[in-house]
Design a binder for this molecule. Structure first.
Ligand code: HEM
Length: 402
């Protein structure tokens, strides 16, 4: 039952218009109040920072176990495989999460740092093949953002070289599948079976090196920290969440720096700002735009109630630009403290790989800052539409070398 004064918005969050330009819907939601109803899909929406933050914290009231996409697996038979990490509630979530948090924590970051710095310098050196003072043109998406995570995280996971071209199409499909079965899902459907089979094969122990993150997940199963039945699902969560997210976050920071030359100059003068630049880009662009929850019991939000079993869409991108929380939210600004943004979520399911993503970005931005005096767009960037991601297809860049 919809309460009479609950704001109703009829824009479709997964329609081409909104995916191309999400800001009119975000503004409408932010203006409307803490809770709105989206008639296009019979779902509720939270977009203001405080409401999104509260929803992310309230895992008892807003469960993930009925799916973090539009489908409600409390009432529908699952048509896709649920994640045993991001789509699990306590107590099922606890053990897989603990294993991942241990594996991806500070020790892994220290171990990977030198290796990823070297990889980033090598990749950037190959892209910026020119003499000091000269200019080089490249595509920040295809030459850098799409290349680095499959190389860095693919090696860390312990994957063979062969088949890594499947990583991005797999998670592109998966993140599209969190939305409705629209034309984006239909376009990926013919390859979905092949990609899923490839990924499931590579979650098995014999496809992974023993000392990589994948092999270590299996070792955690040997120690009884998770069951052997859970191990492939835990490895799979890294395939699902560890590649495309970072690709489009790296594209977002590149786009932000290319289109804000004064911020690039600042970063060049103070390369230790690389991590701030990345987090500010994740706030500013929110590469992961939305995630769903499902209400457990009637959950009050502001003056309204989300009824038991209803789907709630959390607009991370809108929360990250809510003027109630951020000064001049539309400005990409390295003097801001972006911490507290919800681009990595918050609470129980907050991104367990966020520090690896930050490390990838730091390595790449540092390597670029050493070599590039100025950056500019060589042609307008082109978006890639996805039901969950704010993604890029191409960002043509012209760099003057230092
Ligand atoms: C969860 C974003 C990179 C692994 C999440 C969530 C968000 C997110 C928003 C929360 C989902 C929810 O609350 O339902 C991002 C962004 C990234 C990134 C923007 C890049 C900038 C990574 C990387 C890895 C990773 C590099 C692994 C190597 C995961 C996993 C979860 C998760 C396993 C599920 C955690 C749980 O449910 O406890 N991520 N992520 N992510 N992320 Fe990331």
């Amino acid at each position: 039952m919809i309460m009479s004064s609950l704001p109703v918005i009829d824009l479709d969050p997964f329609g081409t218009e909104v995916l191309t330009d999400p800001y009119p819907l975000e503004h409408a939601l932010l203006d409307a109040g803490p809770l709105s109803y989206l008639s296009a899909h019979d779902i509720y929406a939270v977009a203001r920072y405080d409401a999104v933050y509260a929803a992310l914290r309230n895992w008892q009231g807003f469960q993930s176990g009925a799916g973090v996409g539009l489908s409600n697996f409390r009432t529908e038979k699952p048509w896709r495989q649920l994640s045993i990490v991001v789509e699990a509630d306590p107590p099922h979530h606890d053990a897989p999460r603990r294993v991942l948090a241990n594996l991806l924590g500070p020790r892994a970051q220290r171990r990977l740092r030198d290796e990823w710095m070297a990889k980033a310098h090598k990749m950037v050196g190959q892209v910026l093949d020119g003499t000091p003072g000269g200019t080089v043109e490249f595509d920040a998406v295809t030459a850098i953002a799409e290349k680095f995570p499959p190389r860095a995280v693919g090696d860390a996971l312990g994957l063979p070289e062969e088949g890594r071209e499947n990583l991005l199409p797999f998670s592109d499909f998966l993140l599209n599948a969190f939305g409705p079965r629209n034309e984006l899902v239909a376009a990926g459907a013919p390859h979905a079976k092949f990609l899923t089979t490839w990924v499931m094969e590579h979650c098995q122990r014999d496809a992974l090196t023993e000392d990589g993150l994948g092999g270590q997940i299996w070792a955690a199963a040997d120690r009884g920290e998770i069951t052997h039945e859970q191990a492939p699902g835990v490895v799979r969560s890294l395939f699902a969440a560890g590649f495309n997210t970072t690709v489009h976050a790296l594209a977002a920071v590149m786009h932000a720096l290319v289109t804000h030359p004064e911020q690039w100059a600042r970063l060049r003068a103070q390369p230790s700002l690389a991590r701030i630049a990345f987090d500010e880009a994740v706030r500013w662009a929110s590469p992961v735009q939305t995630f769903f929850r499902t209400a457990v019991g009637d959950v009050p939000v502001g003056d309204h109630v989300v009824p038991d079993g209803a789907k709630v869409l959390m607009f991370l991108g809108a929360a990250n630009r809510d003027p109630r929380r951020w000064t001049d939210p539309e400005r990409f600004d390295l003097s801001r403290d972006p911490s507290g943004h919800v681009g990595f979520g918050f609470g129980l399911h907050q991104c367990v790989g966020q520090n690896l993503a930050r490390l990838e970005a730091e390595c790449l931005i540092t390597a670029l800052a050493e070599r590039v005096e100025t950056l500019e767009l060589a042609a307008p960037g082109e978006r890639r539409l996805n039901n969950t991601l704010r993604a890029w297809h191409s960002i043509p860049v012209r760099a003057r070398l230092a």
